[in-house]
Design a protein around this ligand. Structure first.
Ligand code: PLP
Length: 374
């Protein structure tokens, strides 16, 4: 029996060799394109993965929660961008972390923010780096790159004595709509070009832009050049996942995250097996439909990592349903059998678990904490 056979299920497995390879490749790629990499650690929330990224040449990190910021700061990561728009409930915490010696930068797309944020910074006796969030086409957050509020917001930040205008920042989340290298490249070029043009527009309006920050995993993997861009904030690439395989930004061999599950029920008449990994263990992210149009919650592998050609097709809280047409496979997947589910969206699955079981092949080589929460 492999080491994995002794684990309780469901357990979150991470393949260390693949993580090392993924972070080394992205580190070399972004350096080769002349920009710096500020990885988004929301994907893994793990100090150990952050250290691997540091060894691969990153400069600073991006976080999605103040819990991540606190955990990484406590382990010596002192250059952090909190990349969810800031609001007043977090001004004091941000100011206090800056006062404690962490460069915790924030982002905003709202003209009402710089005044009170600057006041909180003044009271703490610190200067807070503040980015203007720009909508480069995703249409989630951000100011219009061609509208008047971009310059107005940058000026308001610059006017506050205890804020520093850090630059303009965008995330091309619409890259997840792309399929294949040509479509990825089109989104990557537009993310870059929209932001470089916005910086030029600001400069011509008398507002120099210290830095341009962009990033998503598909665009970072596909972009052809980064002229005019200072930093890239890709995150998912540390683990990749089935969604990235479907988009075309990685191969299945790059995917480092899976959930070990046990078969808890087999129904030969229906041709189904039920796993003890449901919506809680996998997340309910249905990812992107396969090329054949099938939506699912992850690919089913054997314990050694070989693709069994099966999908988790539906979920309830602690149950995952898998249809098995092949009789020999159905016989093999009796109650108690172990499989691995290669996850659709590694960021969301990882955040469901308190820790990673770190593997090399089927050998367990460690445990990493996931710093969840807010
Ligand atoms: C603001 C921001 N920057 C960067 C990223 C990293 O993108 P990805 O996970 O595609 O690498 C995200 C992901 O959600 C994000 O929201």
């Amino acid at each position: 029996m492999s080491d994995l056979g002794a684990l309780t299920t469901p357990s979150l497995l991470v393949d260390r060799t693949r993580v090392e390879r993924n972070v080394a490749r992205m580190g070399a790629r972004i350096a080769g394109l002349g920009a710096t990499l500020r990885p988004h650690v929301k994907t893994h929330k793990s100090i150990e993965v952050g250290r691997l990224q540091a060894a691969a040449g990153m400069r600073g990190i991006t976080v999605s929660t103040l819990a991540e910021a606190r955990a990484f700061a406590a382990h010596g990561f002192d250059d952090i961008t909190y990349a969810v728009p800031i609001e007043r409930g977090k001004f004091e915490a941000v100011a206090q972390m800056n006062a404690a010696g962490v460069r915790l930068a924030v982002i905003t797309d709202d003209v009402t923010v710089p005044g009170p944020l600057g006041e909180a910074a003044r009271q703490a006796g610190v200067t807070v780096d503040t980015w203007v969030k720009v909508d480069c086409g995703y249409h989630r957050c951000g100011v219009d790159p061609e509208g008047p509020s971009l310059a107005e917001l940058a000026r308001r930040i610059g006017e506050r004595t205890h804020l520093r205008f850090a630059g303009i920042l965008a995330h091309a989340g619409h890259s997840y709509q792309a399929r294949g290298p040509t479509e990825i490249l089109a989104v990557a070029r537009s993310e870059r070009d929209v932001m470089v043009a916005a910086a030029a527009h600001l400069a011509s309006a008398g507002v120099p832009v210290p830095a341009v920050s962009i990033g998503s995993t598909p665009t970072a993997m596909g972009v052809d050049h980064l002229t005019g861009v200072h930093e890239v904030r890709a995150g998912n690439y540390a683990f990749f996942d089935v969604m990235q395989v479907t988009i075309g930004s990685c191969t299945a061999d790059d995917c480092a995250l899976s959930v070990l599950a046990a078969v808890v029920h087999r129904d030969p008449k229906r041709g189904t097996v039920i796993l003890d990994a449901g919506g809680i263990a996998l997340s309910k992210d249905a990812g992107i439909a396969d090329a054949d149009g099938v939506t699912h919650y992850g690919r089913v592998l054997d314990v050694e990592g070989r693709d069994l050609g099966l999908r988790v097709t539906s979920l309830s809280q602690e149950h995952g349903v898998v249809h098995v047409r092949d009789d020999a496979l159905l016989t093999r997947l009796g109650v108690g059998a172990r499989v691995r589910v290669l996850v659709n969206h590694s960021c969301l699955t990882a955040a469901q678990h308190a820790e990673y079981v770190v593997c090399e092949g089927t050998a367990i080589v460690g445990r990493w904490v996931n710093h969840r929460g807010w």
